[in-house]
Design a protein around this ligand. Structure first.
Ligand code: G6P
Length: 369
């Protein structure tokens, strides 16, 4: 097992560090920026269906559901297709309205999650076209779906999902960009710009990983906190949810993710000097609004950990700590802002002496209801 961990103390840390390579593997052969082309056989073969789709319904569970939420922003923003993101377990029992004009995208790392599989079967029985985004090749969901695209992240052993999440977002971005171009929703120069930016992501993830040492320092300061709040807006709202989930899963500290602007409708009541608040406040995407949310936290003495764009000044003045990530276009920020949040949960769990790779009560793949 030590050999399999490749010199890392845990699979989770190894998998966090594998992300630059995993993301590269996800778009290798699919993203050809020189020719300004995206090649995804599962999408090309079914382009007519995709172009005729009136709506995309995403079904997933856990971290995959968070990747689905990120994709809602990407599909709507770039491809102008309405999206609904559903917990598979709710969708399957809700008597949902599904028609032949819907495309269902099922996202699953393992490809074996029982609720997601059942949601797919239900959607198929109503005539929807079902597209799978899976990591495990030949898995039940990969076989049950009409078409799909693998993430090619390689095996993920740690129960807390890391590289599966970022590679799911990568594949979903490729699909959205391909559809955006096919529909004429973005210009060829915008399309090319996105491709070029996406190609830089692996090296930017590598740079984001350099925050590891400082994240450890922060982990040490806040490891005994009883609660954490994670806030983000727009594309980074799902990242806040995912950051909170990571911390809960492996450190057993209660953590809540919230859209930053919703804070005033509830969570703000919890803020005092004992509450660490992780705020994703990157330059692109509602920056000024998030800065004013940070001011509200500060005036209530909350401890602020900001995830900011390299070179940021405003948040630095207000926050107790800032962790920098490289700059990119708004739609790709989740691929970078996720990294320090994964590291933060990892280091807190290690410092609390928890079983990082196999947290209590959780399973890597949930094949029962
Ligand atoms: C379990 C795992 C999570 C995962 C979720 C969905 O809860 O512990 O890490 O996100 O299942 O799994 P899937 O394989 O469908 O992505």
């Amino acid at each position: 097992e030590q050999i399999e961990k490749g010199g890392y103390d845990h699979f989770m840390l190894k998998e966090i560090y594998e992300q630059p390579e995993a993301i590269l593997d996800t778009f290798r052969g699919r993203l050809l920026s020189n020719e300004a082309v995206i090649k995804l056989a599962g999408v090309e073969d079914n382009m007519k269906k995709f172009l005729a789709a009136e709506r995309i319904i995403v079904v997933a569970c856990g971290t995959s559901w968070h990747a689905g939420l990120v994709s809602e922003y990407i599909f709507e923003d770039l491809a102008r297709i309405p999206v609904e993101v559903e917990y598979a377990s709710e969708f399957r029992y809700r008597n949902p309205v599904i028609t032949e004009k819907d495309i269902v995208i099922a996202i699953s790392q393992s490809g074996e999650t029982a609720d997601t599989l059942a949601a797919i079967k239900l959607a198929k029985s109503k005539g929807a076209f079902v597209f799978g985004v899976c990591n495990v090749v030949g898995s039940s969901i990969a076989r049950e779906t009409d078409a799909g695209a693998y993430t090619h992240a390689g095996p993920e052993i740690g129960v807390a999902s890391t590289k599966a999440f970022t590679t799911q977002i990568t594949v979903l971005t490729l699909i959205a960009l391909r559809l955006a171009r096919a529909k004429g929703a973005i210009s060829s120069s915008e399309f090319r710009h996105h491709l070029i930016e996406l190609e830089t992501i692996p090296s930017k993830v590598k740079e984001a990983l350099e925050s590891d040492g400082y994240v450890q320092t922060i982990a040490d300061i806040y490891k005994d906190a009883k609660n954490f709040l994670y806030l983000g807006r727009g594309y980074n709202f799902p990242v806040a949810l995912e950051g909170a989930l990571k911390l809960k899963e492996i450190s057993y500290i209660h953590a809540e993710g919230y859209p930053a602007a919703e804070m005033k409708h509830g969570p703000i009541a919890l803020i005092d000097e004992h509450m660490p608040v992780v705020v994703i406040a990157t330059k692109k995407g509602h920056y000024e609004k998030v800065v004013s949310n940070i001011q509200e936290i500060k005036s209530r003495k909350g401890k602020i950990i900001g995830i900011v764009t390299k070179g940021d000044k405003s948040v630095k003045e207000l926050a107790d700590h800032v962790i920098e990530v490289p700059e990119t276009i708004e739609s790709l920020t989740p691929l970078l802002t996720t990294i320090p949040l994964q590291l933060l949960s990892y280091h807190i769990a290690v410092m609390l002496d928890k079983n990082v790779d196999q947290p209590r009560n959780l399973a890597k793949s949930v094949t029962v209801e």
